[in-house]
Design a binder for this molecule. Structure first.
Ligand SMILES: N[C@@H](CCC(=O)N[C@@H](CS)C(=O)NCC(=O)O)C(=O)O
Length: 207
């Protein structure tokens, strides 16, 4: 059994989508960030940086934090959504890392300066708009020549990008001027597992 600790957020959605895609039994534990559930002594034992998502694989006795590491773990465990072909696998892990190391931090800062900070600092707002739009352009160019991030097949790289792109759509950080990225987004948002995954434990903006 997989014990999942999560909330309705870009990184959380990646794992609810993945678990729905691979169809393995899991139990969802709702961590309410606004209540400080992610900073309790017990939670910090499984997630030392105090962030969601985290999983505990109770049979294997393995705990994993960091959404990309969780996606990779679940893909390795089930043999799904991560190709064994060296070229495709490397492509998948490359885009998985791009999403965690480039896209997610830029969007996280953009959300903070555009929506959360009381003082609207134009220099910071413009900087993160510019940098996130550059990331969208790179993704768009890549998707111009292939259906999914790692080629012709849907993979954990797509799930990882979708978590954040879904939040962009919800909060109106526009990316429909990037036609290939927009086509990819619409295609993925129709998947049954994705529709379910983004509703758990709540829809975005209601965590
Ligand atoms: N790099 C981490 C980021 C995790 C993260 O920042 N999660 C957010 C929710 S999306 C969180 O737990 N925030 C709580 C806080 O900042 O106190 C990952 O990909 O899992």
């Amino acid at each position: 059994m997989i014990e999942l600790y999560t909330t309705a957020s870009p990184n959380g959605f990646k794992i609810t989508i993945m678990l729905e895609e691979i169809q393995i039994p899991y139990n969802l534990n709702h961590i309410k960030i606004s209540n400080g559930d992610n900073k309790t002594k017990d939670f910090l034992k499984i997630s030392p940086h105090g962030r969601i998502p985290v999983i505990k694989d109770t049979e294997a006795e393995i705990t994993v934090f960091e959404s990309a590491a969780i996606l990779q773990y679940l893909a390795e465990k089930t043999g799904k959504l991560l190709s064994k072909n060296l070229k495709t696998r490397t492509q998948t892990l490359q885009w998985l890392m791009f999403n965690s190391a480039t896209l997610a931090p830029l969007l996280g800062q953009r959300v903070n300066y555009e929506l959360f900070e009381d003082e609207k600092i134009q220099l910071a707002i413009q900087r993160y708009q510019k940098l996130s739009n550059e990331a969208f352009t790179t993704m768009d160019k890549h998707l111009a020549t292939q259906d999914y991030f790692a080629g012709k097949d849907y993979s954990i790289a797509d799930i990882s990008a979708f978590g954040w792109m879904h939040i962009c759509q919800v909060i109106d950080f526009k990316f429909n001027q990037h036609p290939h990225l927009w086509r990819w987004y619409q295609q993925i948002s129709k998947r049954k597992a994705v529709v379910k995954g983004i509703s758990l434990p709540n829809k975005a903006m209601s965590a």
